[in-house]
Design a protein around this ligand. Structure first.
Ligand code: MTE
Ligand code: HPA
Ligand code: MOS
Length: 756
């Protein structure tokens, strides 16, 4: 054993990121005959195409060809689970930004210029744009789903107090630094090598094959790293890889398709915005007895991943709270907007946002400290079964909460804030502490599998391959650490290589925060097979009698020590196999897909945050003064990387809830498609003080590598504390003011609206 998990190794590409040497898809050496594609898309959100005139496009400078639906040999669809994501339309326009054709030219800019010269005559129709309109017209991408536990109806009647209302949380653009891009290179026999910025190389391969009407084995997808995905490249990258492939096949030329920021924001789906309607019954102390919830999300034009996303919202409506009686209705609304998709948390943030607002509203109604009400409702040893029937056995939220209350001096600061507010008329402060309990595993059980391929070369150096995608989260670093740990080798002897459908097949998306758990498991399996070959050789050849240990680049047995390099060179000469594939699947998962009941998750990741905010009641501006976080990552594989995920996740969540506002005009045309109109958080929005602590007692009860826990998505939801702190500040503007009107994002405008 080596101490690789305690060394806090830096991100494997940290220096390359900073010096610009890290190679992303657009940095790959271009073939000399490369051509570039640009997409011509619809300018309205609904209508019937009467005429498409592409004459001027054809005649534009540098143009080689135009691709339309007629050039598709296979299916005209890139839908991941359900069909419905057309590549090109030629009859109906269903949303603003829908592709109609692609133009192929000698440069990216000439292709883009040409694409704007199309004349498309459309008879416009009235679109369905909002959640409320969709519900009214029963316009859904998938059937509504329902989940009940106990008897909410009767228990609501019996409740001492009842509160009802509605809530809204906004959408969010992924705003990955590297936009959507693909480059396809024809090989022999109509085979294609595809470089794509995607979280899901295997499905990219499958979809391109179906679009080209070829076998899966003719498409080879390679990804070294992507410049952020955040869920936005779990499925939405397929369209661009498919269009590049269609053009490559037609012209037998390499094609690159790279979107500029505006087109990326217009043509790709976002986080689902949600509307909630609730009725909650509770005791005088604030203990929830019954809850009725209607949740509805804007899915856009197609199903995409909306089923699983809305299911995850259902699974997280409890957050860390025991709700004895609950009735949930979930509507997946179809609108004439681009299809919404996965985004960090995958519906979980929306579910948690709802219950945290409800709890805050209860505490304001009872005029009690909301921290106490939260604690009162936490799951505990007796009240430990979720509404979907899973028992919670790894609960650490009370411990985290108590530690954080102490560390952040929550109660003292609450008093200070009261004093401050009594002296200040215009500026008002608020404070809030909120928990996170996030389920780890794909809720689609079969996706919880992974593969790996490990080679040991004859000099003892290691080639590591697996199905996961590096998107900045530090996956490759952690997986190299795991390999180093299993072989007792120096971290530097592990070579990280591009994710490649020809090395590890049939993989799942890198998503659901589970990529290290899954691919790490597959790596351990591959290494154990090679070690078993080596051990057999050592017992035979060296006549070993003791157990064999691999550490410090050596192998130990019979009080002997030989270097790993020597062992490998001897093993090779004695014809021992030094390479193996590996496989892993998560155990214990069991879910009834009809009722949604069972065990969708292997375990939960916990955390909590305290936010202190100040608002200006004249302008609605707000500023976070201090945020304190304690977050559970189990027994960390790499605290340095985990801390980066916690900080980054929190700030991204803060953007969702305070600054990032997506706006469509009344015709369904996106108004916010560049950083000038869409405000992501910057250093200016970062709290003056941001104290992040990794939970010291972290330990995964399940047998996950090193007893660690997944960290990618859960910290995103810590930012709910900041939104609730703003609610508290609004409440504090006037004794007993109702802050329940505040919608997310809490922009200055929305804050002012909720005060006046
Ligand atoms: N961190 C960075 N830097 N870039 C990303 O794109 N994606 C997030 C999270 N952290 C992301 C990130 C999302 S949505 C998920 S699901 C996880 O990382 C995926 O990686 P993991 O499974 O290795 O945690
Ligand atoms: N999380 C992320 N992506 C997914 C999931 C999930 O639970 N299910 C299907 N794709
Ligand atoms: Mo993350 S939304 O599961 O890619």
């Amino acid at each position: 054993m080596n101490k690789i998990f305690t060394k806090n190794i830096e991100h494997e590409s940290a220096k390359k990121h900073v010096t610009g040497k890290a190679i992303y898809t657009d940095d790959i050496a271009e073939p000399t005959n490369l051509l570039h594609a640009a997409i011509g898309y619809s300018n309205c959100s609904k209508g019937i195409i009467k005429k498409i005139d592409l004459k001027d496009v054809f005649q534009s400078e540098g143009v080689i060809d135009i691709i339309t639906d007629k050039d598709i040999k296979g299916i005209n669809d890139v839908g991941p689970i359900f069909k419905g994501d057309k590549i090109f339309t030629s009859k109906n326009i269903e949303y603003y930004g829908q592709p109609i054709f692609a133009v192929i030219a000698t440069s990216n800019i000439l292709a883009k210029k040409a694409s704007l010269k199309a004349k498309v005559l459309v008879q416009e129709l009235k679109p369905i744009l909002t959640i409320k309109e969709a519900i009214k017209k029963k316009s859904y991408v998938l059937k509504p789903r329902f989940l009940n536990k106990g008897d909410a109806k009767n228990n609501l009647k019996k409740s001492k107090n009842i509160l009802s209302g509605d809530l809204y949380s906004g959408g969010q653009d992924h705003f990955y630094l590297e936009g959507q891009i693909a480059m396809t290179v024809p090989q022999e026999d109509d085979n294609f090598l595809v470089y794509s910025s995607t979280q899901h190389p295997s499905e990219t391969q499958q979809i391109i094959a179906k679009v080209l009407n070829q076998d899966f084995n003719s498409i080879h997808v390679v990804v070294r790293r992507i410049g952020g995905g955040f869920g936005g490249k779990e499925t939405q990258s397929f369209l661009f890889a498919a269009i590049a492939s269609i053009a490559s096949k037609k012209l037998n030329k390499p094609i690159k398709l790279r979107l500029d920021r505006d087109d990326d924001m217009i043509m790709t789906g976002k986080r689902h915005d949600f509307y909630f309607k609730y009725k909650v019954g509770f005791s005088d102390k604030g203990k929830i007895n019954a809850l009725k919830i209607l949740m509805a999300s804007r899915c856009g034009i197609s199903a995409d991943l909306s089923g699983a996303i809305n299911d995850r919202a259902i699974y997280h409506i409890d957050n860390a709270y025991f709700i004895p009686n609950i009735e949930i209705e979930s509507y997946r609304c179809k609108t004439n907007t681009v299809s919404n998709t996965a985004f960090r948390g995958f519906g979980g943030p929306q579910g948690m946002f709802c219950i945290e607002n409800i709890l805050e509203n209860i505490s304001q109604k009872l005029n009690k400290d909301s921290c106490e009400i939260r604690k009162l409702n936490f799951y505990n040893n007796i009240r430990n079964e979720t509404h979907y029937g899973m028992k919670i056995t790894d609960n650490v939220i009370t411990d985290i909460f108590n530690q954080l209350i102490k560390k952040s001096k929550y109660y003292k600061r609450k008093k200070d804030i009261e004093k401050f507010n009594s002296k200040n008329k215009i500026l008002k402060k608020g404070i809030s502490i909120t928990p996170v309990k996030f389920g780890i595993s794909f809720t689609t059980t079969h996706l919880n599998q992974a593969g790996a391929l490990v080679h040991i070369y004859t000099d003892g150096s290691i080639h590591l391959n697996h199905g996961g995608i590096e998107m900045g989260q530090g996956l490759m670093t952690k997986l190299a650490q795991i390999t180093s740990h299993e072989l007792g080798l120096n971290y530097d002897s592990i070579k990280i290589t591009s994710t490649d459908t020809e090395k590890v097949p049939n993989t799942s998306a890198s998503a659901a925060s589970a990529t290290t758990d899954l691919n790490g498991g597959a790596i351990i399996n591959a290494v154990s097979k090679i070690k078993s070959n080596l051990n057999k050789f050592i017992y035979d050849y060296y006549n070993a009698k003791s157990i064999i240990k691999y550490k410090n680049d050596h192998v130990y047995f019979n009080k002997r020590k030989i270097s790993f390099k020597d062992l490998i060179s001897k093993a090779y000469l004695n014809r021992v196999s030094l390479s193996s594939s590996g496989f892993f699947k998560t155990s214990k998962l069991d879910i009834d897909t009809k009722t949604l009941k069972g065990r969708p998750f292997l375990y939960f990741t916990y955390g909590a945050a305290v936010s202190e905010v100040i608002i200006d009641t004249l302008t609605g501006e707000n500023k976070l003064h201090q945020v304190d976080i304690i977050h559970d990552v189990g027994n960390s594989i790499n605290k340095r990387i985990d801390k980066g995920q916690i900080e980054g996740g929190f700030i991204q969540g803060l953007g969702w809830l305070t600054t990032e506002e997506i706006s469509w005009n009344s015709d369904g045309v996106l108004q916010t498609h560049s950083p000038s109109t869409y405000k992501i958080p910057t250093s200016g929005e970062t709290p003056f003080k941001l104290n992040v602590e990794i939970y010291k007692n972290g330990y995964n009860k399940e047998e996950v590598i090193n007893r660690s826990k997944a960290v990618g998505e859960p910290p995103f939801m810590l930012a709910i504390s900041s939104f609730i702190a703003i609610k508290d500040a609004i409440y504090n503007t006037n004794k007993n003011r109702d802050s329940s009107l505040l919608i997310a994002p809490a922009t200055p405008e929305n804050i002012l609206n909720s005060i006046n």
